[in-house]
Design a protein around this ligand. Structure first.
Ligand code: ATP
Length: 200
């Protein structure tokens, strides 16, 4: 089995950007967010569970009504926890299937909720992308064209950044002070060595 590396970090920290640099180095990357968006339309069991708990009209001819679902989970902790409990298990299973098909020395799984979803336990090492809050807020506002309040309320739904970073094995600083690519290259070399040790 290949060495499994997770990348996590808060909203707007730069997980996807960092993961893209690894993919340029030919490292296979799994994006849990993109996968869950696909599973909403392809996983029959997940679709049935969502309809069961949130109402049949969440789907129109197998097309998810995203704004309706978002309205139900936005500012409703119970519904959000319920949705996560429905989406995380099939996403973790999908990631596991994907990992079993990979052959490279190591793979990357990128997920915002790596710890919250329980999938961290299935990975060998975890990278935290650490970015100061003011930059995360600015980047997420610019990228998604949303207000500061919207970004803050999304941030509040994730576990505390300081705790999250403490749980990680490696940290990439994405703070506009330190260059990111050399940090990725350094970790790439470490992971190649760890992968060689794992397969020895
Ligand atoms: P989310 O969890 O919200 O999807 P993310 O952690 O995957 O976010 P990205 O989408 O990679 O974050 O980055 C957020 C935004 O910040 C993007 O528009 C990205 O281009 C930009 N960004 C990331 N890192 C940098 C950087 N070092 N310099 C400038 N812009 C950056």
């Amino acid at each position: 089995m290949v060495l499994k590396i997770g990348i996590t970090g808060g909203i707007g920290s730069g997980k996807t950007t960092v993961a893209k640099i690894f993919s340029l180095l030919n490292v296979p990357v799994y994006n849990a967010d993109a996968a869950s968006k696909r599973l909403y339309h392809t996983d029959k069991e997940l679709m049935a569970n969502i309809k069961k708990h949130f109402g049949e009209d969440i789907y129109t001819q197998d097309q998810l009504n995203r704004s309706k679902l978002a309205a139900l989970v936005f500012n409703n902790e119970e519904n959000l926890a319920l949705l996560n409990s429905l989406v995380h298990p099939p996403t973790i299973k999908d990631a596991d299937n994907w990992m079993h098909q990979q052959t490279g020395p190591y793979i990357i799984k990128e997920a915002a909720l790596l710890f919250e979803s329980g999938s961290a336990g299935n990975l060998d090492y975890i990278i935290g992308v650490h970015t100061p809050d003011f930059l995360r807020i600015k980047r997420a506002m610019d990228r998604d064209h949303v207000s500061r309040e919207v970004v803050l309320s999304r941030m509040n739904k994730q576990i505390d950044e300081i705790i999250k970073m403490k749980l990680c094995d490696f940290i990439i600083e994405n703070n506009e002070q330190q260059l990111v690519i050399p940090q990725v290259l350094e970790l790439h070399n470490i992971f190649l060595q760890l992968a060689a040790q794992k397969s020895a």
